[in-house]
Design a binder for this molecule. Structure first.
Ligand SMILES: [Ca+2]
Ligand SMILES: [Ca+2]
Length: 106
C-alpha cells in the first residue's frame, strides 16, 4: 500500500515537472522576443530603449511628449484591466491544457 502511494507520487512529480518548466520558459521567452526586435538572439541597448520608447508612447496618449499624472493613472488602470483579462485567459487555457494532458496520458 505504501509502495503504491510512493509510485503514484513519483509518477505525478514526473508528469507535473515538464509542464511547469514549459510554462515558465514560454513566459520568459516571450518577454525576451518582445525586446529582441531584430531576432538576433540578444537584446541590445537600442532594442531595450526602443521598447521603453514604445511604452512611453503608449502612455503618452495625447502625444505631447510628456506623461501627465492623468496619463500615468490611465495606464495603470488599463494595465490592471489587461492583467485581469490575462489571468482569466490563462485560467481558461490552463483548464484546457489540463484536459489535453489527461487525453495524452490515457
Ligand atoms: Ca536583437
Ligand atoms: Ca501626454
Amino acid at each position: 500500500m505504501k509502495k503504491l502511494f510512493l509510485l503514484s507520487a513519483a509518477a505525478l512529480a514526473i508528469s507535473a515537472t515538464p509542464a511547469l518548466a514549459d510554462n515558465h520558459g514560454d513566459k520568459s521567452g516571450k518577454m525576451f522576443e518582445k525586446h529582441d526586435t531584430n531576432g538576433d538572439g540578444v537584446v541590445s541597448e537600442a532594442e531595450f530603449l526602443d521598447h521603453a520608447k514604445q511604452r512611453f508612447a503608449e502612455m503618452d496618449t495625447d502625444g505631447n511628449g510628456e506623461i501627465s499624472q492623468e496619463e500615468a493613472k490611465a495606464q495603470k488602470e488599463a494595465r490592471k484591466e489587461k492583467m485581469k483579462e490575462k489571468r482569466e485567459k490563462w485560467k481558461e487555457k490552463r483548464e484546457e491544457n489540463h484536459d489535453h494532458d489527461h487525453e495524452d496520458e490515457e
